[in-house]
Design a protein around this ligand. Structure first.
Ligand SMILES: NC(=O)c1ccc[n+]([C@@H]2O[C@H](COP(=O)([O-])OP(=O)(O)OC[C@H]3O[C@@H](n4cnc5c(N)ncnc54)[C@H](OP(=O)(O)O)[C@@H]3O)[C@@H](O)[C@H]2O)c1
Length: 260
């Protein structure tokens, strides 16, 4: 897909990767719908988008509220017409250690990372399946297998990954395509740098945005980046689970137990 003159919805656009993507796409005469909860940040983003020559529609939205997401999809179609691309990008990952957390925290991360995807995915498929387009999801390498200190986040991103795998099969006969993006550690407002094993693993937001645009334009089903993250993840997925567990137990020190 050539990303010029298109109607594009970006969720989680008030900061980080979503904001970076919106700004990169704003120089190509697009119609951009930017959503998140922090309205003031979206308004300053919209001003930058318009200054760069694109149209902007701001929708303050809680992506964990299904009715509110349906409203945004409906209002986008009313305002701009058919949607060409949606980048479903809401998510986040505070480090959580199982055994040291609560039910509410674990389920809250599922709502933030999985419900926020589903709440847009279902209404978007309904309006995009006949005409086609691309639905992209900002997943994570953490969703490839269960990682220590990221269990609920890994589980939620894995659920989203599997759901899109099914979409690719069931909707293969339609012109709708699905792109799963797996950014490595990226310097955004959402990254907890203290949880990154080495600062050398962190890439810039601009680099991540370029990788995401590259994958969307080529309609890649899956894009893990950068390469120094992609290879260990691919290797890890090929290992039998007991061997992967052995490696990860040694790579990440065990959390201190409260009971000892
Ligand atoms: N940075 C990384 O290293 C990295 C690596 C892999 C994957 N990712 C994924 O990339 C995506 C973007 O993360 P980021 O690093 O750019 O972090 P970020 O700057 O914290 O961006 C998260 C965005 O999601 C929005 N958001 C959060 N909760 C929301 C809700 N309930 N309803 C609507 N919007 C909500 C936030 O806006 P408001 O607070 O204004 O609502 C913000 O715009 C996430 O899915 C994350 O899991 C990031």
């Amino acid at each position: 897909m050539e990303l010029t003159g298109k109607t594009i919805v970006i969720t989680g656009a008030s900061s980080g990767l979503g904001r970076g993507l919106a700004l990169a796409l704003s120089t190509r005469s697009n119609r951009l719908v930017v959503t998140a909860r922090r309205g003031e940040l979206l308004e300053t983003l919209a001003a930058e988008i318009r200054a760069n020559g694109s149209q902007a529609l701001v929708r303050v939205n809680d992506a964990t509220d299904s009715a509110d997401c349906q409203r945004v999809v409906d209002e986008t179609v009313t305002h701009f017409g058919p949607i060409d691309l949606a980048v479903l990008n809401v998510g986040g990952s505070p480090g959580v250690v199982m055994g040291e957390t609560s039910v509410d925290t674990v389920l809250g991360l599922m709502r933030l990372n999985y419900d926020s995807l589903v709440n847009y995915l279902v209404p978007l498929i309904a309006v995009m399946r006949d005409r086609g387009g691309i639905i992209a999801h900002t997943s994570s390498p953490a969703g490839m297998f269960g990682l220590p200190k990221s269990g609920p986040y890994s589980a939620a991103k894995a659920a989203g990954r599997l759901l899109l795998d099914t979409c690719r099969i069931e909707l293969a006969h339609t012109p709708l395509r699905f792109v799963s993006l797996y950014p490595g550690f990226t310097a955004t407002e959402g990254l907890k740098t203290e949880e990154v094993p080495s600062p050398r693993l962190i890439i810039s937001k601009d680099r991540a945005v370029k990788e995401m645009l590259w994958a969307i334009e080529r309609e890649r089903s899956h894009h893990i980046f950068p390469k120094r993250i992609a290879w260990p993840i691919r290797l890890g997925r090929m290992l039998p689970e007991p061997m992967r567990r052995w490696v990860l137990q040694r790579a990440v020190p065990a959390a201190p137990s409260r009971t000892r």
